[in-house]
Design a binder for this molecule. Sequence first.
Ligand SMILES: [Zn+2]
Length: 710
Amino acid sequence: MPRRSRRAAALALLFCAVVTYSQTPILGFTPTSAAREAEIESKYKSIPSPDEERRQHHIFTAEPHVAGSARNNELARYIADEWRNEGLEDVVIRRYDVYGSNPKSTSLEMVAPVHYRAGLRELPIPGDPDSKNKKIGSAWSGMSASGEATAALVYAHSGNPEDYELLRKKGIDVKGKVVLVRYSNPYSYRGFKALTAEREGAAALLIYSDPAEDGYKKGKVDPNGPWGPEYHIQRGAITYDFMVPGDPLTPGWASIPGAKRIPVEEAVSIPKIMALPLSWHDAKPLLAQMDGPLAPDDWQGGLPFKYHLGGGRVRVHVKIEMDNSTQPYYVVEGRIGGVEAPDEWIVLGNHRDAWVFGGVDPSSGTAALMEMTRAFGKLAKEGIRPRRTLIFCSWDGEEVGLTGSTEWGEQFANELRDRAVAYINVDEATSGPDFHGQAVASLAPLLVEATRTLQDPAGKSLYEAWKESTARERAAARQSEPVTDLNLADTRIGSGSDHTVFLNFIGMPVLGLGFEGPYGVYHSAYDDFFWMNHFGDPGYRYHTLMSQLWGVLALRLANADLLPFDFAGYAANIREFVNEMAKGKDLSRLDLKPVLAAINDFEVAGKRLKESVGRSLASGTIDRKLAGTINHGMMQAERNWLNPEGIPGRPWFKHILYGARFTYAHLELPGLTEAVEKQDWAAAKQQAEILRQALDRNTQLLQELNATLR
Ligand SMILES: [Zn+2]
């Protein structure tokens, strides 16, 4: 996917902690190891090249490669072959048999007051040879229901619950009708629009791309600029993966061949409503004919007429036939075994499947992945191997429901909970030059530090470039908060990409990396090689930088003497989460003092451990066995945030600090926050107690590690 909620996020306004950085040159390394690490990193960084990034990107974007297609499976075999040649070990292709969702036929007609048949196609654009490819599919929504309806059309703005409230006030009921909504800015996941329309009793949902959101109202459109042209269709899934991601028929376990499956009727993540995405070319004739009340000012869009809510004059016929037969998805996995701690794993992944060519999403990330594995393979052939094991994965079916990564994570959950250090996700590697880095708070200092050692193509360090673009964005969003090392990384992590299973189900610390810019062709056929070469990253320099950054982070996690987790910083971040949750609310019926006290204890334990770690590293030598004990202990800290029962109503999501709303927007302290929002004080008290206990577990863990280390 991913469309993050970051832009919509209210950034933290409260800063309570002063995090002191370790005196060692690289977090987690003794001076001697740091010197060696710097040498390895500079060798590593010299390998990825813009020409190779471009060559790989061309291979991955040559044909449409949606999940389950022959081409996408061929690319899986290609990746496996490349990895074997590069020197990766244990390269395997893992198969998952999942509930399929492919279109057999889709159609949309306006039957009154005039006849119009929607083309549901993207016409070729001048200069872009790929846009003529005959294999480009039509418009469809992943996991749409099959069916047929002829009904009146209602315009429901973004299709959020408050939009239907307004319609009700205007006397418009959507029950049995077809609802036309637009993609929203800030982004909200289309599956949430589908669920909302389904709950309202609508017969079908049409989602179109208004030129005000991602088209000519923003700037020049493809092929003259990066924004979406008249015919672009934002495909995408409407799967209710905010309830449970992955194969809908195997919630919580892997869809390996022969696995037990639940009946389709019991699958909570399968929508029961028909849905179809539209270009503005196909939405325009419908909107132009609508009668009924004038839509409010903020519901008006970029088309050259006034939008109306729909008084019954426009009637449409929607027919959708999906093929839901079981189909195989393939995850490619390869590794470079660690020489000292082979049972400590750093997992690195990107999804391979694309709605069409996947220029940005995901093939920019796939090209960066391939250059990263080539570089690690080359180092390994020269005898430079990581201390810990690196595991590389090419996911499948991310676009359908985060499917491949979820099934793989579920299959290896026990091993991962025991052995995993962290997961680093790259989905869209580059749609422009502005860096966005996400990290759980314990790894935010690692991310910030790594960017200091990398060169941005604009001529400064990536760190400087990141700070500048972040300051610009915050100014544009009228956020007065200054950019500092402590708030540079985005620590509010929602859903919408392959990190979800690792963070929310397995309890692994995660990082997410991407370079962004104006990008109006998301999930359309125009997101392709041409677009990347003209707008996204013409010189492939940001692709190269991504391979460098991704690899440097992997190397630091793989080679550190003592893992660079900052638990004091984590505590400060959790305190912010609590304060943000409490802000402006009457919490007289909920006592948060025990939680805040537990956060303080955790922070003190984190500071003490950091001091001990700093002293050990500065001393220059650390006993291997002792380091193994400390590292394994630190790896368990993230697991301690899991509640085996999950958050109320969504048992699959087990992390008590991070969750996502149905829109995919980040949701901190999900169980507690949702209980407070519902004013369910009994549940809130229970969730606060679960949080306090987890904090106590981690305080105790850090105290024990500190005692062992001292
Ligand atoms: Zn993606």
